[in-house]
Design a protein around this ligand. Structure first.
Ligand code: SAM
Length: 240
């Protein structure tokens, strides 16, 4: 169970109404029963139900069962698309171990608003689902240009450019050399919207020294498929 509360030996963790309903109503747990907790920061903890009520209750953290397993320093930048597909991208990025999920507004992005809290909740659910101890942060929507204006010098950017369709899928971040290799520092992946990138964006991204421009194969993939394909390709090199 994910809790937004510090975890430590003997720590009391209050439960809100939804959590109490889930544990005591749906799961039929009662005082003294054990369960696993994580908060995305302190690893996984064995806890016991201290107090079970209809509208609330509390748990007591007993002992850490796993330390925090931080994924590699990978950000996923993507242009939000339709609601269900945006949810899918966030869910998959959390499952695949992205450290940070950044919705970006590009020239051809269709939506100018996101529900950051809802997307963050999807990331929590995905982390819970796959037994992770870490939850990636979902950032607010930001203009791609603004993000590139302050792009960190050390962070490489895997720019998935649909104009490269049909070209060979590169060995992303090959073992060594100027393009960098596994373990050579932080990375980000950039996926565009359904309409792709504008010529101005493409020009700017091609000129960014940290960018590695990649093809994802012989066909144009839908943005949600492209996000999963790109993360898989990156993971193949960097593991974890
Ligand atoms: N409307 C664009 C077109 O027809 O060329 C396609 C955009 S595609 C649906 C959405 C995003 O997925 C792209 O901006 C790119 O980031 C990524 N993508 C999809 N297929 C790709 C490919 N074969 N190579 C590189 N990137 C790809």
């Amino acid at each position: 169970l994910y809790v937004d509360h510090p975890l430590g030996a003997g720590q009391t963790v209050p439960l809100d109404r939804d959590q109490a309903h889930y544990l005591f109503g749906v799961m039929r747990m009662g005082a003294g029963d054990g369960l696993s907790l994580f908060n995305g920061r302190d690893g996984e903890w064995h806890a016991e139900v201290a107090e079970a009520g209809k509208r609330g209750g509390s748990l007591r953290a007993v002992a850490q069962t796993r330390p925090l397993a931080l994924p590699p320093d990978l950000w996923l930048l993507f242009a939000p698309i339709k609601k269900a597909r945006t949810d899918f991208i966030v869910e998959k990025a959390a499952e695949m171990g992205a450290r940070r999920i950044c919705p970006v507004q590009t020239d051809f992005t269709n939506s100018d608003r996101i529900r950051q809290d809802r997307l963050q909740a999807h990331a929590v659910e995905a982390a819970e689902q796959c037994g992770g101890t870490f939850v990636p942060s979902v950032e607010g929507l930001e203009k791609l240009g603004a993000l590139l204006d302050r792009w960190p010098a050390e962070r490489r950017l895997m720019f998935c450019d649909e104009a490269r369709v049909g070209q060979a899928v590169p060995d992303v971040a090959g073992p060594s050399g100027a393009q960098g290799g596994a373990g050579d520092g932080p990375w980000a992946i950039l996926i565009g919207p359904e309409g792709g990138f504008s010529p101005a964006e493409r020009e700017r991204l091609h000129a960014l020294p940290q960018a590695k421009v990649v093809s994802l194969g012989p066909r144009i993939l839908r943005a949600d498929t492209a996000a999963v394909a790109a993360m898989t390709l990156w993971q193949l090199r960097h593991g974890d």
